[in-house]
Design a protein around this ligand. Sequence first.
Ligand code: SF4
Length: 323
Amino acid sequence: MDGGRVDQVLLAEPRGFCAGVDRAIEIVERALQRFGAPIYVRHEIVHNHFVVNNLKAKGAVFIEDLAEVPAGATLVFSAHGVSKAVRDEARERGFQVFDATCPLVTKVHVEVAKLSREGYEFLMIGHKGHPEVEGTMGQLSDGIYLVEDVADVAGVNPRGDKLAVVTQTTMSVDDAAAILAAIRQRFPQVREPKKQDICYATQNRQDAVKLMAPQVDVVIVVGSSTSSNSNRLRELAERLGTPAYMVDSAQDLQPQWFDGRPRAGLTAGASAPDILVQQVIERLRSFGATSVVRMKGVDESVHFPLPLGLGDRSMREVTSSRS
Ligand code: SF4
């Protein structure tokens, strides 16, 4: 092999699928089983190419605009959530809708709607153009201002004094804290959520990288380029001084990344399936890795129920009606 030899692999814990991603994929799979192909999905169900291609092969059709969905179709909203306008259009056109919005994103939508009725305007900490940000900001027709970094805070001009802050669930914990500090300084009266909006999975995966990065020479993040939380993991490792690369699959690994860097750290974004992690481990073994050590980390036991009509009982009904 050209390039460096890997000696040891440290596996971050936790890594990979979160409860919201698990649920979203299961919703599409169950909808396909129950209603048959095609099932239309607005936006990539989760930001992972392997997952999306797999579902495409089973009959899911991914669209960005509801104009592409024929009358009478079954439609799934992606885990990132949708704006009120999209939800209203889907209802008006009479689609059968299954909502795969992560319940932790829905919680933010509910908070925005509730506080808006109380007269609040909002600062949203997030990344422009991300579907979750579009969905959350799209809960209101106005009065919600995006702040992407500390510098943006100075440019916000709310109409009144009642201000609340909401955050994209997959932000960098450290960036969000710095932006929030700037918001507090400029708007000391700002209302903050009782429990921060950055989700448990984002927090835990970032904490695990903080623990792992100083112990390795290079960090590999399994995740697609569109995945916000995967990108944040790679950036975090780099900020901690460890070179880091994101790969969609084992084939993307470049031997020269390991030149003089025998200790590799491995993690995966919340939308990256474990099979891809296992394939990356196999490739690292072919680069010479003899030991794969799983780090200690937080145990995750979060599970979200499926929407009505796709739950366990429905599946039993499907199974028995076919037998
Ligand atoms: S990363 Fe967090 S908010 Fe996004 S789907 Fe997973 S649990 Fe939900």
